[in-house]
Design a protein around this ligand. Structure first.
Ligand SMILES: NC(=O)c1ccc[n+]([C@@H]2O[C@H](COP(=O)([O-])OP(=O)(O)OC[C@H]3O[C@@H](n4cnc5c(N)ncnc54)[C@H](OP(=O)(O)O)[C@@H]3O)[C@@H](O)[C@H]2O)c1
Length: 336
């Protein structure tokens, strides 16, 4: 990865300086170097015993099983370091996988549809020559994260990079909406994300390196009439991630909240929001994924790719919440 900070990161902050913080050219570092889940590291930790890769230093520091960590090695074989991506089958998730595959040797792909996951895994293997592991999980179901963490451990994988990307929206007047769908949204967008961080952050902190990319949204900065629960769910992700960023920084663990504006993916149709004004202001998923992985490598607090996202996040500091709600309402109102 080039040591260059591109415009997508201009609004981000380096080491928690906040949105709009100074950009340090040359500050970007490869995720593989910083998170120590580089290709050489991920091929086999066995190589680490020879001390041949600088990327494996952290593992030498903690070769023993980490009791109580969800990704503690379950067998005598040293675990393979991996990047775990939830919502891997989606528009942004697929692109994040492709970006990570350039730097990580092993990917754990998580989604609800085994067929789509296997098709994605095949594509990644062909394009990037990576190892892939497929895990099926529906995060709307309580207990899904515990089951996933057990499967990851059973597969003898150690999560060095966690990408919490799975999520969905729901565009409907709240009073007329389905409570079941609202519950599933909070469970998926917030509860599962928090539980995944809780499952894998302790191991990262104990080893002294790792990275967590939580996919929030510009929606987390303003109230969102007609998508009220979705906007609130992303406010949780954004606030939670900023707090984790500060807590885990002294332990060498990077935490970045990705806050895109509208992105061209199936998200909008899945949210019944395909006809809204916001759905027509999109940027591309590859652009978002590139910016996100760069930002995680630099341990930026926030990554807000695209002009609209920067404008919303920066402007939300100065605009009264009532005005922001009026604007979001106009952009978000279902066109039915
Ligand atoms: N697109 C945007 O404009 C935009 C803007 C800001 C933030 N975001 C956020 O970006 C993330 C990815 O969205 P996207 O645009 O790529 O949408 P997408 O194409 O609809 O992908 C969503 C992904 O999340 C998975 N998912 C949904 N519900 C799930 C559940 N209950 N359990 C497990 N996985 C589940 C989907 O799996 P299946 O393949 O099984 O459906 C899919 O892989 C979301 O968190 C979203 O809120 C999107």
């Amino acid at each position: 990865m080039a040591n260059m900070v591109l415009p997508e990161n201009v609004e981000g902050s380096q080491n928690g300086a906040g949105v709009g913080g100074a950009v340090q050219a040359g500050g970007a570092a490869p995720v593989a170097n910083i998170l120590q889940s580089g290709r050489g590291a991920a091929v086999s930790q066995a190589a680490s015993s020879a001390g041949s890769s600088a990327g494996l230093r952290g593992l030498h520091a903690h070769p023993e099983p980490l009791d109580g960590c969800a990704d503690a090695p379950s067998s005598q074989q040293p675990p393979a370091l991996c990047a775990l991506v939830t919502g891997a089958t989606g528009g942004i998730g697929r692109e994040l996988c492709a970006q990570l595959a350039r730097e990580c040797g092993t990917l754990a792909l998580v989604g609800r549809d085994r067929g789509k996951l296997e098709e994605l895994a095949k594509d990644l293997v062909e394009r990037f020559d990576v190892d892939t592991h497929v895990f099926v999980a529906d995060f709307a179901q309580p207990g899904a994260v515990d089951a996933l963490a057990s499967q990851v451990q059973a597969a003898n994988l150690q999560v060095e990079t966690l990408v919490n990307n799975a999520g969905f929206g729901y565009d409907a007047p709240f009073a007329e909406s389905s409570l079941e769908r609202q519950r599933a949204l909070v469970q998926t967008n917030d509860m599962a994300l928090m539980e995944l961080c809780h499952a894998f952050a302790p191991g990262m902190a104990a080893r002294g390196h790792g990275g967590i990319l939580n996919v929030a949204s510009v929606a987390g900065f303003v109230p969102g009439p007609y998508m009220s629960t979705y906007y609130a769910s992303k406010a949780f992700v954004q606030s939670f991630s900023s707090a984790l960023h500060m807590e885990l920084r002294p332990h060498g663990v990077h935490v970045t909240a990705l806050c895109p504006g509208p992105v061209r993916t199936p998200f909008w149709d899945n949210a019944d929001a395909g006809g809204t004004a916001l759905a027509r202001m999109t940027i591309s998923a590859p652009r978002v994924a590139r910016a996100a992985i760069r930002a995680l490598g630099c341990n930026r607090l926030l990554c807000c790719p695209g002009v609209l996202a920067k404008f919303i996040v920066f402007g939300s500091r100065f605009v009264p919440r009532a005005w922001a709600a009026v604007a979001a309402s106009a952009l978000q109102k279902p066109k039915r």
